[in-house]
Design a protein around this ligand. Structure first.
Ligand SMILES: Nc1nc2c([nH]c(=O)n2[C@H]2C[C@H](O)[C@@H](COP(=O)(O)OP(=O)(O)OP(=O)(O)O)O2)c(=O)[nH]1
Length: 248
């Protein structure tokens, strides 16, 4: 059983709306019917990527949902598919309504996120390790880890903002590459977009001018630090970046 909607927003904004479901757990959608909201609260995220979110059941109903997006010339097609194991589950109508509300919330969020402020982050890779920095403030985030970067100023190009932030925060010049992983919503409603990057001078030493500490993390160490929530969502994509052949 499936529902689709065509969303008039850039693919990365739709992807951010999809990822937001993963970030905040469950689906965040209240569907008509008594049982389904409860059921949904018990779904956990199996996999999240730029173009697909899969939710798998933990209860006995066996209901699984997947949200998938496909860019077309006229917008991004979002398809939500449901399947379930429990024989004779008499819930076709509520499930259909649920799928309808899911694709509709993704559409609404994608349109909103298309206009959100942008925070850029740098996934700086050297010798098979990623540079992470430990926040010093505010209290709620102090001690947690993030990527170098910051807010894009009005009128500033995102790549230029990232290069500026790395000079301010680390005292190094970087070369900015392609985006890594999906855009992720951060507290306050801005969207974090991470780009792969390298040090312009590989022998340069970054300094934590604005942070508690810096660490170069190998692929195996990526899961071991206390990342900010948005960055944790990106760990699988960062691990793939570190394991890509060109970064050996
Ligand atoms: N730079 C950066 N910010 C992140 C990451 N993950 C994450 O949730 N954020 C959040 C923290 C903040 O709410 C927002 C960006 O804040 P920021 O403090 O770095 O940006 P800024 O330099 O413009 O802000 P400020 O220090 O002037 O207050 O994005 C990340 O990996 N890097």
């Amino acid at each position: 059983m499936r529902q689709t909607v065509l969303v008039d927003a850039p693919a990365r904004a739709v992807s951010a709306a999809l990822t937001e479901r993963a970030l905040f757990g469950g689906t965040g959608v209240l569907a008509p019917g008594d049982e389904l909201p409860v059921l949904l609260a018990r779904l956990r995220v199996a996999e999240s990527s730029v173009d697909e979110l899969r939710l798998v059941p933990v209860g006995g109903w066996g209901l699984s949902l997947s949200l998938r997006l496909a860019p077309t010339g006229a917008g991004v097609l979002v398809t939500c598919t449901a399947s379930w194991r429990r024989p004779g589950m008499a819930a076709r109508r509520p499930v259909l309504a649920l799928l309808g509300s899911l694709v509709e919330t993704v559409r609404e969020r994608a349109v909103a996120l298309a206009g959100a402020d942008l925070v850029v982050g740098a996934a700086i890779v050297r010798g098979g390790a990623l540079l992470a920095q430990q926040r010093a403030y505010p209290a709620a985030a102090a001690g947690r880890w993030e990527l170098p970067g910051g807010r894009v100023e009005p009128g500033e190009a995102p790549v230029a903002a990232l290069a500026r932030e790395c000079v301010e925060e680390l005292g190094v010049e970087i070369q900015v590459g392609e985006p890594v992983g999906p855009d992720v919503v951060v507290p306050g409603g801005a969207v974090l977009r991470v780009h792969g990057a390298t040090l312009a001078d590989p022998a340069a030493t970054p300094h934590p001018f604005d942070h508690h500490a810096l660490r170069w993390l190998t692929a195996g160490e990526l899961g071991t630090v206390d990342w900010l929530p948005a960055d944790r969502v990106l760990v699988p994509a960062l691990r793939r970046l570190l394991r890509a052949p060109e970064h050996g």
